[in-house]
Design a protein around this ligand. Structure first.
Ligand code: NAD
Ligand code: UFG
Length: 341
């Protein structure tokens, strides 16, 4: 703990990556970003520089571009990699499975091979609560059975397994798999946040677009689930808390060799209607909504038991749903066009 590290952040221009870069820099670490900008904007890197006052190295490259990646590893003496780069839309992954397997899996394999060559064997990987499929009970613990229902989820599960195999073959590797629940919110400065392309798939970005008048009405995907108000329950977590989880994970990675797996959630579940109410309160805006059909693949209730991360990493979420809604709204109001494209 407390030792400054040089960290390669893949996908560092993206939503969670950009927030994590800020927290890593605030904690005294040096960050190098690699991102092909397929789902992000170079403006986010400028904003990270603005927030932190540090001139971060940015490399526009695909993680599967061996030549460019080798150059980056050759020029830097990395202690660890935090690996966010990947495609993440569940629906799109069903339409374009190959694209997801090539980008997420092949890309990661190339990168891991280069890590091995340059003897960088510490990695924190972005996994997802999606690997739990439809959980039989909640809260979800790390040792629950795993299953997936779509190609996106399969890329996460396969990469988890691949990383475990790599460790089994070479115990010098340190692998931390972080299973995120539902990240929302934004940095309190309002300078970085989530900037999805086109019409958002996820609840919070959709709500903020309705609040700002860009979309007319929110469709609530059904109210006939076995929950109190009939709408689905999720474990929303502030993206800055999530970012802090990565700082804690990377700082402990060298102490404990092996494979470690942590849920990053708050442990609290909120229904879609509760999120709408909290957002209305935080923003002072009314969110018109209508009840629509169920969305294929949605599970009724999903929230984390994150006590392992608390015990082993000393991490727990600090922010509540009010702050998450407030900061999502603050980002939207300050950046009505996101990063401007
Ligand atoms: P994001 O799309 O904002 O960030 C991902 C970044 O990776 C983007 O900047 C994109 O341009 C980059 N990228 C994608 N493929 C690349 C490649 N081949 N080479 C280089 N760069 C590439 O997404 P996010 O929400 O910040 O998610 C980060 C990670 O966390 C992803 O792996 C995602 O699957 C995972 N995750 C996200 C959520 C969520 O709800 N946001 C939940 C669970 C897990
Ligand atoms: N929802 C609506 N209307 C919308 C969008 C969402 O009612 O317009 C509802 C969904 O039905 C769900 C809840 O809001 O009940 C949350 O939906 P999101 O799409 O925001 O999040 P998910 O829980 O479906 O998915 C997220 C990530 C996935 C990840 C999964 C599990 O987007 O990448 O969590 O970790 F796989």
């Amino acid at each position: 703990m407390g030792i400054e590290m040089k960290i390669l952040v893949t996908g560092g221009a993206g939503y969670i990556g950009s927030h994590t870069c800020v927290e890593l820099i605030n904690a005294g670490h040096e960050v190098v970003i690699v991102d092909n900008l397929c789902n992000s904007n170079i403006e986010s890197v400028k904003r990270i520089r603005e927030i932190t006052g540090k001139d971060i190295e940015f490399n526009e490259a695909d993680i599967s571009d061996r030549e460019k990646m080798e150059k980056i590893f050759c020029n830097n003496n990395f202690d660890a990699v935090i690996h966010f780069a990947g495609l993440k839309a569940v629906g799109e992954s069903c339409e374009k499975p190959l694209e997801y397997f090539i980008n997420n899996i092949s890309g990661t394999l190339v990168m891991l091979d280069i890590m091995k060559k340059y003897n960088v064997k510490n990695i924190v990987f972005s996994s997802s609560a999606t690997v739990y499929g439809t959980p039989k009970t909640v809260p979800i613990k790390e040792d629950f059975p795993l299953s997936v229902t779509n190609p996106y989820g399969r890329t996460k599960l396969m990469l988890e397994e691949i990383l475990q195999d790599i460790y089994k073959a070479d115990n010098q590797w340190n692998v931390t798999l972080l299973r995120y629940f539902n990240p929302i919110g934004a940095h309190k400065s309002g300078k970085i946040g989530e900037d999805p392309n086109g019409i958002p798939n996820n609840l919070l970005p959709y709500i903020t677009k309705v609040a700002i008048g860009e979309l007319p009405i929110l469709n609530v995907f059904a109210n006939d689930y076995p929950t109190e108000d009939g709408t689905c329950i999720r474990d929303y977590i502030h993206v800055v808390d999530l970012a802090d989880g990565h700082v804690k994970a990377i700082e402990s990675i060298k102490d404990n060799s092996g494979v470690r797996i942590y849920n990053l959630g708050t442990g609290n579940g909120y229904s879609v209607l509760e999120v709408i109410k909290n957002f209305e309160k935080a923003s002072g805006k009314q969110i018109p909504f209508q009840i629509a059909d169920r969305r294929a693949g949605d599970v009724a209730v999903c929230y984390a038991d994150s006590s392992l991360a608390k015990k082993e990493l000393g991490w727990e979420a600090k922010y509540g749903i009010e702050e998450m809604c407030r900061d999502s709204w603050n980002w939207q109001v300050n950046n009505p066009k996101g990063y401007g494209v």
